[in-house]
Design a protein around this ligand. Structure first.
Ligand code: C2E
Ligand code: CA
Ligand code: CA
Ligand code: CA
Length: 279
């Protein structure tokens, strides 16, 4: 019998919480979705805080469910991770981003680096480097146009292994960024040990930045720390002009957030690039 039939679950339903049932449903749907190619990559611009120029983008996955419509990553990425489905999915995302960047180049668009989020399971695979190298080669993409985003908690999980992979990536020419900076358990010492080039300040620090003196102190400290260590610093979740002004005055290099643009499909993002090239 097919595992997609509702009857299959009814046997378990009395013992299972609603959440667990839903989880199983998502897992079943996910397997199908990977086969059916129901995913789409959105792109969110990242701008230079001083010039306003679009200098990078972040790739963010969306699931276009045939019945449920657009499903945000928070609803399926954790399940993809716990089931291992993130491996085929992550590989697809990586290849799709490289393919898209290649296509933009073919269309004569200015090239920018695109950040791809990696889950812990994906990053810890022995063949992660080969996977990345193959994707770059397949689309003839110089390594500097791919960036790897890793959360603070991920990199702290296994410092030895992380250091080694980051060094390999760096040798390959792929830049790494620490995502959600400031939210996880962390030791400042690792910033010195890891060959990372960029930190992304989590949006929880940016949200109340204009009003909250504590957030101002923390964000200023993070920016100063990054700058003193010659790291690029990006502020995430910038939603209004005042936040941008504060961050600019603090010396933040790059800005990402709804103020600039929400994540958009590749076609829309291309117009973004097109506008810039004629600016
Ligand atoms: P993240 O890596 O921290 O991505 C940034 C999230 O903040 C995105 O949510 C983005 O849409 C949202 N965001 C950007 N600017 C603003 C803003 O100004 N205000 C607010 N409120 N939100 C903003 P999204 O796309 O829903 O992704 C959520 C998380 O899902 C990501 O957090 C990342 O952890 C994960 N994710 C997304 N795409 C992928 C992927 O391709 N692979 C993996 N492994 N994880 C992914
Ligand atoms: Ca990210
Ligand atoms: Ca983030
Ligand atoms: Ca996040």
């Amino acid at each position: 019998a097919k595992a997609t039939g509702r009857n299959t679950y009814q046997i378990f339903t009395p013992e299972m919480s609603k959440a667990a049932t839903e989880r199983l449903q998502v897992e079943t749907d996910l397997r199908q979705a990977i086969e059916n190619n129901e995913f789409i990559v959105f792109y969110q611009p990242i701008i230079n805080a001083q010039t306003g120029e679009c200098i990078a983008a972040e790739a963010l996955i969306r699931w276009l469910h045939p019945e449920k419509g657009m499903i945000p990553p928070i609803r399926f990425i954790p399940i993809a991770e716990s089931t291992g489905l993130i491996l085929p999915l992550g590989r697809w995302i990586l290849n799709e981003v490289c393919r898209q960047n290649h296509e933009w180049r073919e269309n004569g668009q200015p090239m920018i680096p695109i950040g791809v989020n990696f889950s812990a399971l994906q990053f810890r695979q022995n063949d992660v480097l080969d996977t990345i190298q193959e994707a770059l080669e397949r689309f003839d993409l110089p390594a500097q146009y791919l960036q790897v985003e890793l959360t603070e908690s991920l990199v702290m999980q296994d410092v030895e292994k992380t250091t080694q992979i980051l060094h390999d990536l760096s040798r390959l020419g792929v830049m790494s960024a620490i995502d959600d900076f400031g939210t996880g358990y962390s030791s400042l010492a690792y910033l010195k040990r890891f060959p990372i080039r960029k930190i992304k300040i989590d949006r929880s620090f940016i949200r109340d930045l204009t009003h909250d003196p504590d957030d101002q102190i923390l964000v200023k400290a993070m920016i100063d720390l990054a700058r003193n260590m010659h790291l690029h610093v990006v502020a995430e979740g910038v939603e209004d002009e005042q936040q941008l002004q504060v961050l600019r005055s603090m010396g933040c290099h790059e800005i990402q957030g709804y103020l600039i643009s929400r994540p958009v499909p590749a076609k829309e993002f291309q117009q973004f690039l097109g506008n810039l090239s004629t600016a």
